[in-house]
Design a protein around this ligand. Structure first.
Ligand code: CXF
Ligand code: ZN
Length: 375
């Protein structure tokens, strides 16, 4: 079938919105008609080349829509179901899915190929049939997506897909960092570095856990104001002086530092943000690394001796350490009850033709929590 999609042909060059050929779903695959997709900073990292992917590729990995058709053997969903798509599939069969860590599902090994699980492509250029790569089995900057059933989750059909889509990546990652990875206890303290979509979701998670102090650091005043709205108790504007931030955290926490610190910035900022996270964490505290960095950057600056001297712990977090099939329904429940605010996370809404504007907004940095594209 033919559909409109935004194709990345060259790193750093505007995406081209054009007609693309999409093959029908094969065995174990699902055809989703997209209703909405969030614009995640990771998509922009692929566009700038911070995250590496060979073009042509269709980006986008935070989609929600309605199942239009299913391939042979699909049991998780049926035509007409409302679904969200997630950037990490969970097969429900491998070792990791069985031990309760589906964010480590073995299907993750196929995510970088740009092909489907059988090694072939479903996306092709309309002009000459050339294969176009998929992104994380999602490629949601398109009117339709063919994806493995392992990458979709059925959701209630009466809630807005243009909000639930945020649960496919960013919100779940940030909220899960606070509620699954840190499991903050009432009164515990946290420093959140980066007040984008992930950091703001972490603020919401920390607030719901009953955190005592929620200290948010960002360069942009506008984002710090949003953080306050979601429950930050203190904000610190970062003016390129790490020690100054650490000192402020110490002042706020009676000289202790916070029980947890969370790094959400990633990219090429880690020489500043990781030492900041390290310094802000209390003795014996935990530093959660959530933001994804520039793929070519293989080292980070930390004083190794001080890890044992201060007994700090450095911990990676993937997709908010969420079990997406069971955690996302819990988050949807909280959204329905008004305990988490997805609506407030959406700062702009656009159409697919505006995708390059969305990317420019992300790169400008100051006015965006989450942008949503509606189809
Ligand atoms: C990222 C993590 C690194 C690979 C691409 C997706 N997560 C969410 O944006
Ligand atoms: Zn993402």
């Amino acid at each position: 079938m033919r559909m409109r999609a935004a194709v990345l042909y060259e790193i750093g060059k505007p995406l081209v919105v054009e007609e693309v050929e999409l093959d029908p779903p094969q065995a174990g695959e699902v055809l989703v008609k997209l209703k909405a997709t969030g614009v995640c900073h990771s998509d922009v990292h692929y566009y700038t080349g911070d995250l590496e992917r060979t073009p042509p590729v269709i980006l986008g990995h935070e989609g929600a829509g309605v199942v239009e058709a299913v391939g042979q053997g699909v049991t998780r969903v049926a035509p007409g179901d409302h679904v969200i798509m997630t950037f990490l599939p969970s097969c429900g069969k491998c070792h990791w899915c069985h031990v309760g860590e589906p964010n480590l599902c073995d299907l993750g090994a196929h995510l970088r190929t740009g092909k489907m699980l059988d090694g072939t492509a479903r996306l092709h250029r309309a002009a000459d049939g050339q294969d176009i790569g998929n992104l994380l089995f999602c490629s949601t900057y398109a009117e339709y997506s063919v994806t493995p059933e392992a990458s979709v989750l059925k959701v209630p059909d009466y809630l807005p897909l243009e909000r639930l889509c945020l649960l496919g990546c960013g919100f779940t990652t940030g909220f899960g960092a606070a509620t699954n990875a840190a499991q903050l206890r009432p009164g515990e303290t946290v420093t959140i570095i980066g007040a984008g979509g992930l950091g703001l979701a972490a603020v919401q998670g920390a607030r719901l856990q009953g955190a005592g102090k929620i200290i948010v650091v960002d360069v942009h005043e506008e984002k710090l104001a949003m953080a306050k709205k979601f429950g930050a108790t203190h904000t610190i504007q970062y003016r390129r002086n790490v020690d100054e931030v650490v000192k402020e955290v110490m002042d706020i926490t009676w000289g202790l530092g916070t029980d947890y610190s969370m790094e959400f910035v990633g990219a090429d900022q880690t020489d500043e943000t990781i030492p900041m996270a390290y310094g802000a964490a209390r003795k014996g505290g935990t530093i959660l690394m959530v933001g994804v960095g520039k793929q070519s950057k293989k080292t980070m600056k930390l004083d190794p001796v001080m890890f044992s001297m201060w007994r700090k712990r450095l911990q990676g977090v993937l997709f908010g350490d969420s079990q997406f099939l069971t955690d996302i329904p819990r988050f949807i429940q909280l959204y329905e009850q008004g305990q988490i605010d997805l609506d407030g996370m959406v700062t702009q809404e656009y159409g697919l033709d505006d995708i390059n504007t969305c990317f420019d907004n992300v790169l400008a940095g100051n006015k965006v929590a989450r942008q949503v594209i509606r189809f």
